[in-house]
Design a protein around this ligand. Structure first.
Ligand code: ADP
Length: 249
C-alpha cells in the first residue's frame, strides 16, 4: 500500500500584524489528494493563512512545507513552481479579452500578476484542442469568443476555475469559489471543483456549508487565528466549540 503523503504542512505557523496574531501557532496537515476545507467566522485568519501558504505574506514565525520541502519565506513564484497555485480572482480578468484568450494566456504562463506558473516551461505555443477542452469543462465553449466584460458573474467565476485547471497544479488553493452565487451556480461550481479535485490536492475556503459538506474530505475550523476543531465534516459540524463559535458570529 502507498504511504499517504502530506501535500502541505505548517508547524506553529504565526503571522502577527502590528501586535495582532492573525494566524496563531497553526499546525495544519493537508493530505495529498484530499479536499481540505478551511472554515471559520470572519476574521478567523483564513485569508491570511492562504496568503502565507502561497508566499504572498511572509510568516512571523513557524514553517511551511510542500511535499516535505521547507518553503518558508520563499516568494510566490517559487512556491508556485513547487506545485501550489491559487485560483485567479475576477479582479485579474481583462474585460476586453475573450475567455479563449484568457485560457491561452494561462497556458502560456503569463497571468496579469506577471509571474510565471510552475508548468509554463513545458508548454509551447497555443494548443487549440487543450484550450477548448478547458473551456468545455466549465461550460464556456458557447461563449469562448465573447469578451469577458460581457459575461455574467457565474460565468466569470467559471472562467477563473478553467484558468486554474489550465495551470494544472498538484495543489490548488480555491478562495471562496461560490461567493455571491445563487443555488444553481453553486451546484454547478460544486461539480466543477469536484472535477478540479480529481487527481490533485485542494485547499478550499468557502462560507457555504453545503459546499464544504459536499466536497471536503477534511475540515479545519479556525477561530481568532487558531485551530478550533478538525475532522471530517460531520465531526466538526457536531463539535460544541464549533457550534458556539458560529452562533457568536
Ligand atoms: P478571514 O479570511 O478568516 O476573514 P483574515 O485572514 O482576513 O480572516 O483576517 C484575520 C485578522 O487579521 C482580521 O482581524 C484582520 O483584520 C487582520 N488582518 C488581515 N490582514 C491584515 C493586515 N495586512 N494588516 C493588519 N491586520 C490584518
Amino acid at each position: 500500500t502507498a504511504v499517504e503523503r502530506v501535500a502541505v504542512r505548517t508547524r506553529d505557523l504565526t503571522k502577527v500584524f502590528r501586535g495582532f496574531r492573525a494566524v496563531d501557532s497553526v499546525n495544519l496537515e493537508v493530505r495529498e489528494g484530499n479536499v481540505h476545507a478551511l472554515v471559520g467566522p470572519n476574521g478567523a485568519g483564513k485569508t491570511t493563512l492562504f496568503n502565507l501558504l502561497t508566499g504572498f505574506v511572509a510568516p512571523t514565525s513557524g514553517t511551511i512545507e510542500v511535499f516535505d520541502e521547507d518553503v518558508t519565506g520563499r516568494p510566490p513564484e517559487q512556491i508556485a513552481r513547487r506545485g501550489v497555485a491559487r485560483s485567479f480572482q475576477i479582479t485579474s480578468l481583462f474585460d476586453s479579452l475573450t475567455s479563449r484568450e484568457h485560457v491561452e494566456l494561462a497556458l502560456q504562463g503569463t497571468g496579469r500578476q506577471g509571474f510565471r506558473f510552475w508548468r509554463s516551461e513545458k508548454l509551447l505555443g497555443r494548443d487549440t484542442a487543450r484550450v477548448e477542452e478547458l473551456l468545455g469543462q466549465v461550460g464556456l465553449m458557447p461563449l469562448a469568443d465573447t469578451p469577458v466584460g460581457a459575461l455574467a458573474y457565474g460565468q466569470k467565476r467559471a472562467l477563473e476555475l478553467s484558468l486554474a485547471l489550465a495551470l494544472d497544479p498538484p495543489v490548488m488553493l480555491l478562495d471562496e469559489p461560490t461567493a455571491g452565487m445563487g443555488t444553481e451556480d453553486v451546484d454547478r461550481t460544486i461539480e466543477l471543483v469536484r472535477r478540479i479535485a480529481a487527481g490533485r490536492t485542494v485547499v478550499l475556503v468557502d462560507h457555504n456549508m453545503r459546499v464544504v459538506g459536499s466536497l471536503a474530505d477534511r475540515v479545519t475550523v479556525l477561530q481568532q487565528g487558531r485551530i478550533l476543531a478538525e475532522g471530517d465534516y460531520d465531526e466538526v459540524r457536531n463539535d460544541e466549540r464549533v457550534i458556539t463559535a458560529y452562533l457568536g458570529e
